[in-house]
Design a protein around this ligand. Sequence first.
Ligand code: GLY
Length: 263
Amino acid sequence: MKSVKLIVHGGAGDISSDTLGIYQKNLKEIWQSGYNLLKEGWDSLSVVEKVISLIEDTGVFDAGTGSFPNKEGYIEMDASIMTSDGRAGAVGGVRTIRNPIRLARLVMEETSHVMLVGEGAERFAEQFNLPPLTPRESPYSISTDTVGAVAMDKRGLISAGTSTGGIRGKIPGRIGDSPIIGAGTYASFWGGISSTGFGEDIIKFGLAKKIDILLRQFPAQMAVDMVVEESKYRGIEFGVIVLDRLGNTGVGYTAKAMAWYPR
Ligand code: GLY
């Protein structure tokens, strides 16, 4: 029986210390409820889905109800989820679903595809009676405060997930890194990763998959430190949480600040 692990994040960027305090308070409470579920025997996939849904519902972060509107004033959200046994699901450009992370899991479990976007994702969602989005733009959120979680359950299954409203004022139809498997989220035998930051950079850098490859040789924090070092030469703004297969956590960011728990 493995000891359970959970790490959550609430984004990285130019976060003021007051806002960081609000983010940390929310993350701590949600982390505690997720950790309790893991100790009760919940699987890591369900816990990651649950804690990210709770974060989406706070309205405080740029995800779910707190998502930024795009250039034309409406919300388009992205999310993804992956397990260390090789399952993955994602949604992009979702407009009406309260919890995109739940829809990402449904894509994973109820289709033969990895990602559904836009109208097709919305039509797919209709059959599951998911709660509708009730937007209330966060008074706190900054331009890249995507949220995410990585967990290991008693059986040793690792799951990782990420959810976002994307960048404020984005062009309608823009998809960031968060639903891209290997950029915003990744999980494998070696560990699990959830990213935050400037999506265009993260996609081109291949952030999550890059860390996954490093986890074959290095513990989580060392793998994170190596990508932070590499990214300095390329001016990439990101934050990342990592859990390796031995239960070690790693956290790093090149942005000015990052919210995560436990810290
Ligand atoms: N990292 C979130 C985004 O760029 O959409």
